[in-house]
Design a protein around this ligand. Structure first.
Ligand code: GMT
Length: 375
C-alpha cells in the first residue's frame, strides 16, 4: 500500500507511535509518506520507501493565527495526487482529522478517492478535544473518518462518553520495538550515573501539569529518606522550573538529574530500577511501556488506559491519582528487596511482550485493507 501519515513530529507519544508505525510499515514493503511541519524526531532513517514532505505555512502579518490546517489540507491534496497515496492515516484528531477530511473533499472534486483512518491518542479527546471550542469540529471529523482507532479501551470509552460518535472505534494499542529495548547488547553506563548501592528512579514526559511532576518529586523525596537513590528526569516542559526549585527547597538537587529531551531513552532506561508515572490522566502511557520493555517496573496512577499496560502487583503497582503515600509504599516494597526487584523487572519485560510491534502493526494493516475495500 501507499500510505500517507500525518502526525505531530515532536517527542509526544502520538508522534512517536506514528513514526515507529511508518518505519515498520516500510519494512513490511509499504510506501510511506510522512506529511507534517517538521521531520518527526524519531525519523532518522530515510529509505527509498520512507518519504517526508514538509508543510510550510507562510507568515503573513494580516493573520493573527497562521492557518496550518489550510496549508496541511492543500499539501495533502498535492501529495496524494503526486505520489498516488491510497490511504491517509492521521494521528491526533486536532486538527489532522479535520484537515484530512477537507483534503478528501477537494480530491473528490477531481475524481480521486482517498479514505481516512484517524487514530485518537488521548489529549485530543480528554483534555483539548472535548472543550466546547473544539468539540463540534472534533465530533464531525471523527464521524467523517472512514475508520477510527483508539490506543486503549479506556480512550474508546472516553470518546463514546464525551462525543456523539456514530462511527465504530477499533482499539489498537500502542506498540514497542522490543529489539530496541533488549539491553543484552547495550553498553549500559550505570556507573557514570550512580553508586552501586543507589537505586535509580526515572520519569519521562513532556513535564506538563497533567503529568503531576510534583508527585514524582514527593515520592522520590520519601524514597531517598529510606534508601540511597537518584532520580532522572527526561523531557522538557512548563513544569520544569517549579520542579527544580522544589528540589532545591527539599535539599535533594544533588540527587536529581535533568536530561532534557532525549532520543536515547533506551540508554537511560537500561540502568533504571523503577519508573514513576503519577499522571492525572493518561490514555495509554507509552513511556511506561518503554520502561517495561527495558525491564523496569512501574509505579503509576490507576487512571485512563494505564491499567491496560501496567499490571498491578505484576509489572509494578497502581495507586489513586495523587496518593503519594501509597506510591511511596509500593516503590519501597519493590526497591528494598533485590530479589523482589529482579522478579518485578522480569515481569515488566514479560508484560511488555503483549505490545510487540509485530503483533500490533498487522492490526493497522488489516484496518487499511478493510477501509480500502469499502471505498
Ligand atoms: O502525553 C502527552 O502529553 C503526549 C500525548 C501525545 O499526544 O503525544 O500522549 C498521548 O498519546 C500517547 C500515545 O498514544 C499516549 O501514550 C499518552 O498516554 C497520551 N497522553 C495522555 O493521554 C495524557
Amino acid at each position: 500500500m501507499n500510505i500517507g501519515i500525518v502526525c505531530y513530529p515532536t517527542f509526544g507519544g502520538s508522534g512517536v507511535v506514528a513514526t515507529e508505525l511508518g518505519l515498520e510499515l516500510s519494512k513490511r514493503g509499504h510506501e510511506v509518506h510522512f506529511i507534517t511541519y517538521n521531520q518527526p524526531v524519531r525519523l532518522d532513517l530515510l529509505s527509498n520507501r520512507v518519504h517526508y514532505h514538509e508543510v510550510t505555512v507562510p507568515e503573513y502579518p494580516l493573520f493573527h493565527y497562521q492557518p496550518y490546517e489550510l496549508a496541511l489540507s492543500s499539501k495533502l491534496v498535492d501529495m496524494v495526487k503526486l505520489h498516488k497515496i491510497e490511504i491517509l492515516h492521521v494521528h491526533y484528531a486536532i486538527p489532522h482529522a479535520y484537515a484530512a477530511y477537507m483534503a478528501k473533499k477537494m480530491l473528490q472534486e477531481e475524481g480521486v478517492n482517498v479514505p481516512i483512518v484517524t487514530t485518537l491518542h488521548g489529549t485530543d479527546i480528554t483534555l483539548v478535544g472535548s472543550h466546547p471550542f473544539y468539540k463540534p469540529a472534533v465530533t464531525f471529523s471523527i464521524n467523517k473518518s472512514d475508520a477510527v482507532t483508539a490506543v486503549s479501551k479506556s480512550l474508546k470509552d472516553d470518546t463514546l462518553r464525551l462525543f456523539d460518535i456514530k462511527n465504530e472505534i477499533d482499539v489498537v494499542p500502542n506498540f514497542i520495538d522490543l529489539e530496541k529495548y533488549n539491553h543484552e547488547f547495550t553498553d549500559c553506563q550505570r556507573a557514570m550515573m550512580a553508586n552501586d548501592d543507589e537505586k535509580i528512579i526515572t520519569h519521562i514526559s513532556n513535564l506538563r501539569p497533567v503529568k503531576r511532576i510534583q508527585d514524582v518529586i514527593s515520592v522520590f523525596h520519601n524514597i531517598q529518606k529510606e534508601i540511597p537513590a537518584r532520580l532522572m528526569f527526561i523531557g522538557e516542559g512548563p513544569e520544569k522550573e517549579k520542579v527544580e526549585q522544589r528540589c532545591q527547597e527539599l535539599g535533594i538537587s544533588d540527587k536529581v538529574v535533568f536530561f532534557g529531551k532525549s532520543n536515547e531513552i533506551d540508554k537511560i532506561l537500561c540502568f533504571t530500577d523503577l519508573f514513576l508515572l503519577p499522571s492525572k490522566t493518561e490514555s495509554f502511557g507509552l513511556a511506561a511501556l518503554e520502561a517495561m520493555a527495558s525491564g523496569v517496573p512501574v509505579i503509576s496512577s490507576n487512571t485512563g488506559g494505564i491499567p491496560e499496560v501496567n499490571i498491578h502487583g505484576v509489572s509494578g503497582f497502581l495507586s489513586h491519582v495523587g496518593d503519594v503515600d501509597d506510591m511511596t509504599k509500593n516503590a519501597l516494597h519493590i526497591l528494598r528487596d533485590d530479589k523482589r526487584l529482579e522478579t518485578f523487572k522480569g515481569n515488566a519485560r514479560k508484560e511488555s511482550l503483549k505490545f510487540d510491534l509485530h503483533n500490533i502493526v498487522p492490526q493497522y494493516e488489516a484496518i487499511y485493507e478493510r477501509t480500502l475495500a469499502k471505498n
